[in-house]
Each structure stands twice: as structure tokens, then as C-alpha cells.
Design a protein around this ligand. Structure first.
Ligand SMILES: O=C(CO)[C@H](O)[C@H](O)COP(=O)(O)O
Length: 223
């Protein structure tokens, strides 16, 4: 069974004709985008807002028309993956480095749907290193301030050179081991000069589509 495909395709049920749809980034939402592409070929009319250059390319390949923020009033539904989901449906995101655009789009969406295979569930966030987007200027000092909050930050690199986000920034992957208070940490990180955004998505998720222990599809809804 391909869990990512199951949950990714299920999420498409939230998309109706005429909607503006936020398109997430990653290997799970890939299946949502592929399914939407099929439906567009069959006549579904939607406009997509991509969370990354990678997703924009994918959406074009699947024939999904894209729009920019200039052309829309808002986003009806956004579908995206997650690296970790806790029982309150708070998330760690940004494993693919797209956290800033993903958060802008999740915030703009009337409904934010997360697609997560069964391995993404945790009691406490933090085993997955928290991605934090930082501006290159003074990043060493920004990392020092992140360390003062109890994290162990590592600059994300590709072949020995810093990874660059779609926004031209660096990404720091930060080990906090256990994030007991995601609300406080999200705020504390974002007031550090040099931090652009962090991958804690607190109180944003409307529903998570996942599988239970019997591998049945379930939808967890935020109460
Ligand atoms: O936040 C993300 C990208 O920045 C992804 O949604 C997250 O990393 C999950 O990816 P995948 O579905 O490949 O496991």
C-alpha cells in the first residue's frame, strides 16, 4: 500500500469547481497535484497557487493553471504535507525547504488540509529537526540566538555549499529534541533578527488526512 498516494488523492475531495487551490510541496502532496491534474484534464476548473518553484513546475507539467497573489482575493483550500503532526494538529514543516511560502499560503487559505502518512504522527513535536529560514547576512549570529533558545542549529548544505530557499535565504535545521510549547517557541524564534520564518505551524490546520493503525483512511478535524 502506498500511504502517501492514498492520503494525497483523498484530499482532492475538498477541491470543487472554480476554487483557488494552494498547492503544497513534497512527496505526499505530489499525489494530490497529480490527481488534480487528471481532474483538470476531465474538465475541473481550478487555479493553483504553488508553494515552491518545484511545485510550480510540477503543476505546469500536470496542466494545472497557476495564478499569482495579484490576481486573487484569497485561497479557498490549500493542501500540503507535514514532517510531524501532534495530537493538536500542530505541525513541523519545511523538510523540503519551502516553509515560508507554505506558511503564507496556509495562512491565506480558508481551509488548510494536511496529508500525512501514518509515520508522521508524534505525541510531542521535535524529533524531526525544525527547519528555520534565515537571511544569509549575519546567519552565524542568528544561529547563536537560536542556540540560546535551547536548540542545536545546523546550516542546511548541498555538496558543501549552503542550501538556498526559493526566496534566496538559508535554512537552518534545528534540533530541539522535544518541543513542549510550540506556540511560545514559534513566537520566540520569529522575533530573532535574521529569522524569516520557522517551520512550526501552530493552530493553522483544519484537517489532517491520514491512516489509522488498521491502515484505514481517516480525517482528523481540528475542534
Ligand atoms: O514541508 C514540506 C516541504 O517544505 C513538506 O510538506 C514536508 O517535508 C513533507 O514532505 P513529504 O510529503 O515528502 O514527506
Amino acid at each position: 500500500m502506498n500511504e502517501k498516494k492514498e492520503v494525497g488523492e483523498k484530499a482532492v475531495e475538498y477541491v470543487k469547481d472554480g476554487m483557488v487551490v494552494g498547492l503544497g510541496t513534497g512527496s505526499t502532496v505530489f499525489y494530490s497535484i497529480a490527481k488534480l491534474g487528471q481532474l483538470v484534464q476531465q474538465g475541473l476548473s481550478i487555479q493553483g497557487v504553488p508553494t515552491s518553484e518545484q511545485t510550480a513546475k510540477l503543476a505546469r507539467e500536470f496542466g494545472i493553471p497557476l495564478v499569482s497573489f495579484k490576481e486573487i482575493e484569497g485561497i479557498d483550500v490549500a493542501i500540503d504535507g507535514a514532517d510531524e503532526v501532534n495530537p493538536d494538529l500542530n505541525l513541523i514543516k519545511g523538510g523540503g525547504g519551502a516553509l515560508l511560502r507554505e506558511k503564507i499560503i496556509a495562512k491565506a487559505a480558508r481551509t488548510f488540509i494536511v496529508v500525512a502518512d501514518s509515520h508522521k504522527y508524534v505525541d510531542t513535536l521535535g524529533a524531526f529537526p525544525l527547519p528555520i529560514e534565515v537571511v544569509p547576512f549575519g546567519y552565524e549570529m542568528t544561529m547563536k540566538h537560536i542556540r540560546e533558545l535551547g536548540g542545536s542549529p545546523n546550516l542546511r548544505q548541498t555538496n558543501g555549499t549552503p542550501y538556498l530557499s526559493d526566496n534566496g535565504n538559508y535554512v537552518v535545521d534545528c534540533d530541539f529534541i522535544e518541543i513542549k510549547d510550540p506556540i511560545a517557541l514559534e513566537r520566540e524564534l520569529n522575533i530573532i533578527p535574521g529569522v524569516v520564518e520557522n517551520g512550526l505551524f501552530v493552530d493553522m490546520t483544519d484537517a489532517v488526512i491520514t491512516l489509522d493503525s488498521n491502515k484505514n483512511l481517516i480525517t482528523k478535524v481540528n475542534k
